[in-house]
Design a protein around this ligand. Structure first.
Ligand code: AMP
Length: 282
């Protein structure tokens, strides 16, 4: 496995691979890898001759007061996980390499970025789509792999890719969870032991809501209250949002059906965690 830090070397490498007829896969990450990232890499490996994983903590997607400066890092461990998952190249640029002085171009997807995380993290998706568009330009992938853990992000990236006619396939993959149900996340590293045990409340709320839905409850208000009741038992938890949304448009729905997305963001102490599920899916 090779590490590339420079944009020009990365571009030269993928253009040479393309000339040889190789297919290229990209897994964008912010590092501090876990089995959720590895699942994207393993799938990427199956689809691509040359598999690139990027590790870049993208400053433009962090708001003021968010965890940019404390974001966990462990490049050595990341390299071991990526190598095990079959990655050929780690692209790990510096901030100055990605945003040199004089940088002034941003990509913005409009409607889809307004609700859910877009409401509580203004500017976040503008940073995400900008860096992902740049990574697409730098690595020229045939396929790019994203987790459904960040459901809205995946929807926004699909929209951007279609709207800008970027010729590649976006592949969305299931949420990988710890054995107690907590969705794997680099940010789980911030949790104290007490917070870690309470962090299962996100998945517990999802499970309770889905059970009620299977029993015939379709009112989003009733389901939301059931979820909030579960979360309120976790002393360290405060809800940022908990919504039932159309899984395509992400608009709020009042009556839930099997295609409805339940999405939530909960602060566990100072750590903001997200989770989601489609009501009719396992
Ligand atoms: P991040 O490093 O958090 O920016 O995530 C990089 C990619 O990994 C994104 O496409 C995420 O959706 C995906 N990802 C993160 N956590 C998980 C998980 N638990 N299961 C599946 N994919 C994940």
């Amino acid at each position: 496995m090779k590490i590339i830090n420079s944009v020009s070397e990365m571009q030269e490498t993928v253009l040479a691979a393309r000339r040889e007829g190789m297919t290229i896969g990209l897994v964008p990450t912010m590092g501090y890898l876990h089995q959720g990232h590895a699942s994207l890499m393993l799938e990427g490996r199956r689809h691509s001759d040359l598999l690139v994983a990027s590790i870049f903590v993208n400053p433009t997607q962090f708001g003021v007061g968010e965890d940019l400066d404390n974001y966990p890092k462990d490049l050595e461990r990341d390299m071991a996980i990526a190598a095990d998952a079959g990655v050929d190249i780690i692209f790990a640029p510096s901030t100055a390499e990605m945003y040199p002085s004089g940088y002034q171009t941003y990509v913005n997807v409009e409607k889809l970025t307004l609700p859910l995380c877009g409401g509580s993290r203004p500017g976040h998706f503008r940073g995400v789509t900008t860096v992902v568009a740049k990574l697409f330009g730098i690595t020229q992938p045939h396929s790019a792999f994203f987790g459904k853990k960040d459901y809205q992000q995946l929807a926004v990236i699909r929209q951007m890719t279609a709207d800008l006619n970027i010729p590649l396939k976006i592949i969305g993959l299931p949420i990988v969870r710890e054995s107690d149900g907590l969705a794997m996340s680099s940010r789980n590293a911030y949790l104290s032991d007490q917070e870690r045990s309470e962090a299962v409340c996100l998945k517990a709320a999802i499970d309770t809501v889905k059970q009620s839905f299977r029993e015939g409850v379709t009112s989003s208000l009733i389901l939301k209250n059931k979820a909030l009741e579960i979360i309120s038992k976790a002393l360290s938890a405060s809800v940022d949002y908990l919504e039932f949304s159309d899984s395509t448009t992400l608009e709020t729905v009042v009556s839930v059906d099997s295609n409805t997305l339940m999405a939530l963001a909960v602060n566990i102490g100072k750590t903001r965690l997200i989770d989601n599920s489609i009501m009719g899916e396992e």
